[in-house]
Write a protein that binds this ligand. Structure first.
Ligand SMILES: NC(=O)C1=CN([C@@H]2O[C@H](COP(=O)(O)OP(=O)(O)OC[C@H]3O[C@@H](n4cnc5c(N)ncnc54)[C@H](O)[C@@H]3O)[C@@H](O)[C@H]2O)C=CC1
Ligand SMILES: O=C([O-])CC(=O)C(=O)O
Length: 374
């Protein structure tokens, strides 16, 4: 399978690409960034694992990077510095995600799209809206990667209870920032209980773990290595599911009907078409109901922010149909052209043109032999 990484030369992109190069299900690892990709690709290509590696740099190489991709993973964009929230990244990362997903809509509209770029609570709705605007949206194929929250919850709980982390699983639902991250300790397997105060501390640590890393890195970025691990874990699960495994479950932030929030992370059964089944929230303990009540309004605010932004900032060259020509005092002021078309729109156009020209010619021929005033 072909896996593309967009933002492949970055702090997450490089170790993520390294881990994907180790996955035997990857036959082609296609790396894109606006800088340094040829070097990263040359370096990784010397590893004696099956994946063929190609490097692509600059937007004119997006087509080569993306065409035929089964999965696209997007860790492109700026990371936090101490004192920033994930939402502070919105202004820079929203347009990066919009443009990269727009390229996916054009060059690999059927691929699975996995968004790592923050703020995930807003960038995932932006990705979906771009796919909708291009007419190629399928909610089963757009994922926000929240695996790191589960990875952290498993690690912290296993450490606290002296368990083998390989056998600990803590679902984490909701979104991916602060209080929108809702760890479900009551659903941990094996069953684990905490005294109330310890439980509160554990939940807060999981919710603030990203900030813990941002502060420890003291200005040099946010989690990259653990995120690469989490990103490779999620992509690996998706690869397994695409390859026919029928028992693959990951918590991931997707379009959802589980709560009032239009996107929400829950355990998802993955399959050949992407989301096979949303396994839902399950039974919550009372303290988790309160966490959820706090999470929902903030999460929906983040989602709506992304959806509103993309309405007024659509991908380049997309004119709403009523702008096909701008009408000025002299009538047509300027023909604004067709703009960039999705592949299915090119086919529509190919069908339309001969029929339309036939109708035009019919009028022109008729008036030649039936001129006015005779
Ligand atoms: N979902 C999650 O759990 C996590 C998300 N993140 C987010 O991942 C993103 C990336 O983080 P890092 O890798 O640490 O940042 P970084 O700055 O080290 O790397 C980002 C890469 O994106 C590239 N890039 C920028 N604009 C691009 C474009 N238009 N097309 C392609 N590539 C482009 C840059 O050249 C750079 O190589 C950040 O937004 C960060 O907040 C980070 C950790 C966890
Ligand atoms: O905290 C950040 O900015 C990066 C991130 O999403 C995480 O580590 O969970």
């Amino acid at each position: 399978m072909k896996v593309a990484v967009l933002g492949a030369a970055g702090g997450i992109g490089q170790p993520l690409s390294l881990l994907l190069k180790l996955n035997p299900l990857v036959s082609h690892l296609s790396l894109f960034d606006i800088v340094h990709t040829p070097g990263v690709a040359a370096d990784l290509s010397h590893m004696c694992t099956p994946a063929h590696v190609t490097g692509h740099m600059g937007t004119d190489q997006l087509e080569a990077c993306l065409s035929g991709s089964n999965i696209v993973v997007i860790p492109a964009g700026v990371p936090r510095k101490p004192g920033m929230t994930r939402d502070d990244l919105f202004n820079t990362n929203a347009s990066i995600v919009r443009d990269l997903v727009d390229a996916c809509a054009k060059f690999c509209p059927e691929s699975m799209i996995c968004i790592i770029s923050n703020p995930v609570n807003s960038t995932v709705p932006i990705a979906s809206e771009v796919m909708k605007q291009r007419g190629v949206y399928d909610h089963r194929r757009v994922f926000g990667v929240t695996t790191l929250d589960v990875v952290r919850a498993n690690t912290f709980v296993a450490e606290a209870k002296d368990r083998d982390v390989a056998h600990v699983n803590v679902p984490v639902i909701g979104g991916h920032s602060g209080e929108t991250i809702v760890p479900l300790l009551s659903q941990a397997t094996p069953r684990i209980t905490f005294p109330r105060e310890e439980r509160t501390k554990m939940i807060e640590r999981i919710q603030n773990a990203g900030t813990e890393v941002v502060e420890a890195k003291a200005g040099a970025g946010s989690a990259t290595l653990s995120m690469a691990y989490a990103g490779a874990k999620f992509t690996g699960s998706l690869l397994d599911a695409l390859n026919g495994r029928e028992d693959v479950v990951e918590c991931t932030f997707v379009q959802s009907d589980e709560t009032e929030c239009t996107y929400f992370a829950t355990p998802i059964l993955l399959g050949k078409r992407g989301i096979e089944q949303n396994l839902g929230i399950g039974r919550l303990a009372d303290f988790e109901v309160s966490l959820l009540e706090k999470a929902i309004p903030e999460l929906q605010k983040n989602i709506t922010k992304g959806e509103e932004w993309i309405k007024s900032n659509p991908p380049a060259n997309r004119m709403p149909p009523y702008f096909i020509s701008s009408i000025g005092k002299r009538g047509i002021e300027q023909n604004l052209g067709i703009g960039r078309l999705a592949d299915f729109e090119v086919s529509l156009l190919e069908k339309a043109i001969p029929e339309l020209q036939k109708n035009i010619t019919k009028g022109e021929e008729w008036i030649k032999s039936n001129p006015a005033g005779q």
